[in-house]
Design a binder for this molecule. Sequence first.
Ligand code: 87F
Length: 510
Amino acid sequence: MAGSEAKKPVAKQSGAKKKEVKKETGLGLTHRKAENFGEWYSEVVVNAEMIEYYDISGCYILRPWSMAIWEILQEFFDPEIKKMKIKNCYFPLFVSPGVLQKEKDHVEGFAPEVAWVTKSGESELEIPIAIRPTSETVMYPYYSKWIRGHRDLPLKLNQWCNVVRWEFSNPTPFIRSREFLWQEGHTAFATKEEADAEVLDILELYRRIYEEYLAVPVIKGKKSEMEKFAGGLYTTSVEAFVPNTGRGIQGATSHCLGQNFAKMFEINYENEKGEKAMVWQNSWAYSTRTIGVMVMVHGDDKGLVLPPKVASVQVIVIPVPYKDADTQGIFDACSATVNTLSEAGIRADSDFRDNYSPGWKYSHWEMKGVPLRIEIGPKDLANKQVRAVRRDNGAKIDIASDDLVVEIKKLLDNIQQNLFDVAKQKRDECIQVVHSWDEFVKALNQRKMILAPWCDEEEVEADVKARTKGEMGAAKTLCSPFDQPELPEGTKCFASGKPATKWTYWGRSY
Ligand code: 87F
């Protein structure tokens, strides 16, 4: 059987040998997810060849292995928004200080994060130029120019770009970096109803990115007044949870901006009655953070675990030659397998490198998170079968060559579903319903995501933050889920004792 032969590597070089030893002692990674999560995460993203650290703190190189995931998410999202009649565009990277100031009120809090260009060559610029941290101030002056009459509405634009935010707290690849990739959508409507509807349509696409592609369960909901985008009317989000750290993480946001920016940037139009009216606006974004959340949720002590739908290689085929067996026959069977799978639309590749043993290759592709490995050895060749090994649970399945495509498709679908189911079960085990402050503190210390009845008052949220301040960071609201459990009459707020008006998720967060 291919599996047992794998333990007798055929070809070794000194470099490969070293890693082989590592594998046999079960030490592909030096840190364990359950023991040192931060170090584990850094090691996974580097060893899986997703990220290379760069010589500027908080900046990371996205290598092809992670860029491919970004592209797959883009290939889903871009056509979906085009169906909604949203068009792509591209605005400049630079922001003039004048317009940035215009948005003073909410830029104020963000000001320390804005990066500036002050020199060209050796000479100081007469006027320094900001680098976009987001593009409201870049785009809206032109919305004001382009929107004149009701026939110019709705205006629905999106851009795929990079943004720069000079973060000072603990940078983490994908999760918090000083430059990141995102899409930012900015839309303007004649009515609030249209804007409200779009906020939710976009949020649903974000849910699908997480749940259908990245196999990460998320909660859809509304941000509190304290946590919403200050420039907007209300903010909706999808919230994920990382069980190992007990932290919530905002996965993506879809804002209704109301008419605040329309006032500031004078985005007016003449309505059907010939009166001057102001537009209603939305903005929404998801970023490369999505990839980090996926790594944190699914990765294990062998490395990355990729959901099949976002894996650039879904099946890796590895020849397992043995002594004087028909080596050429095995290699030919591997090539034929890759061809058959590729023709069926499955992303398959082979690893024919002769300077690494099969065992080394197993560890390598496990580290990179490839959902399925196919091993082909002499016995498989003789039996006209292949051996498939699942990355998610290690199960080994022999498949008759005749059934290859059907069975591999089934397995990939099953892995995708299983990753989601396991992640959801782990997430759900971390959700704790509380009714009192004591229960809240206890659950927080147990790294739970807390669902509590709340009075929805800003001072109470500020008070909860203050009372939970500490080394681990304060607790805050994550969102009030759209899917609200029943709130019986007379239910009290867990923190203030006042009448509760809604259920809200609380926790520490990224
Ligand atoms: C950092 C510096 C300057 C976030 C910033 O969420 C300004 C900002 O406005 C800033 N960090 N924000 C909020 C961004 C809001 C909004 N923009 C469009 C989104 C979705 C896409």
